[in-house]
Design a protein around this ligand. Structure first.
Ligand SMILES: *[C@@H]1O[C@H](CO)[C@@H](O)[C@H](O)[C@H]1NC(C)=O
Ligand SMILES: *[C@@H]1O[C@H](CO)[C@@H](O)[C@H](O)[C@H]1NC(C)=O
Ligand SMILES: *[C@@H]1O[C@H](CO)[C@@H](O)[C@H](O)[C@H]1NC(C)=O
Length: 216
């Protein structure tokens, strides 16, 4: 800037008039080049800062968002199915329950062993154990477990309700469970999470299949 001003204030009658004019042209070109270079640097730095901010936001809002994995039972067919009558209501059934642990986190979910209870009318009719394991990052762990259910221990009032359900051809069951575990993101950020299972299923006694299934 100082150089430029000096040139501007040079008296025109000076002997180096022509040369100075050229020089000033050069200086202007230099200034232009410098300005462009500065501009490039400024744009580069701004782009880098924006990149860092976006990366940090992505990290905080997406990667570090710890969510309880979805814990549920999926649809199945009953393999062994013995049902009584309306007058003498009972059921015995066994099936392979497809348990699913859907982990949407950016890191694995390691869970402890746990128990799933199957209930009829709020009374437990059977249970199954989920062994300790893990659901990998952004994936669904599939656990197929054998389940045997029996109405043998149902109290009388609930058993009479079973009688009317049997005559309608559908048995309503509930599966309840809790999976406690830890999510680890980028090998170091850990958070404990608990997933709840509360699924209600209607089993059609004719087709021996799950006819409707609702998980909370
Ligand atoms: C489930 O039962 C089947 C047939 O009885 C058996 O082959 C299988 O090993 C059992 N699975 C488990 C996890 O116990
Ligand atoms: C059970 O399934 C059969 C065959 O799909 C169907 O006709 C019947 O309506 C079902 N029962 C009930 C109570 O929905
Ligand atoms: C499961 O869901 C049902 C229906 O919303 C609810 O009444 C029941 O209390 C729930 N059970 C548990 C153990 O959360």
């Amino acid at each position: 800037m100082a150089e430029k001003n000096q040139n501007q204030y040079q008296p025109p009658e000076s002997n180096g008039y022509h040369r100075n004019d050229q020089e000033s042209l050069h200086t202007m070109e230099d200034e232009e080049a410098k300005r462009k270079k500065r501009m490039k640097w400024t744009i580069g730095i701004i782009a880098f800062i924006i990149f860092q901010v976006v990366q940090a936001l992505f990290f905080v809002l997406v990667i570090m968002k710890f969510k309880s994995p979805n814990f549920r039972v999926s649809e199945f067919n009953v393999q062994t199915f013995n049902v009584g009558t309306q007058a003498s209501p009972s059921f015995d059934m066994s099936f392979v329950a497809p348990i699913r642990v859907k982990n949407t986190n950016w890191g694995p979910f390691k869970y402890d062993a746990s128990t799933i209870s199957f209930t009829y009318g709020g009374v437990q009719v059977g249970q199954t154990i989920i062994p300790k394991n893990k659901a990998n990052f952004k994936s669904t762990k599939k656990i197929d477990v054998n389940v045997t259910l029996s109405s043998a221990n149902l109290p009388t009032n609930i058993n009479s309700n079973l009688g009317s359900e049997l005559s309608s051809g559908v048995i309503m069951l509930t599966s309840l469970g809790e999976l406690k575990g830890k999510i680890t993101v980028m090998f170091m950020f850990k958070k404990k999470k608990t997933s709840q299972m509360n699924c209600t299923m209607a089993i059609n006694t004719t087709t021996k299949a799950v006819q409707s299934l609702l998980c909370k």
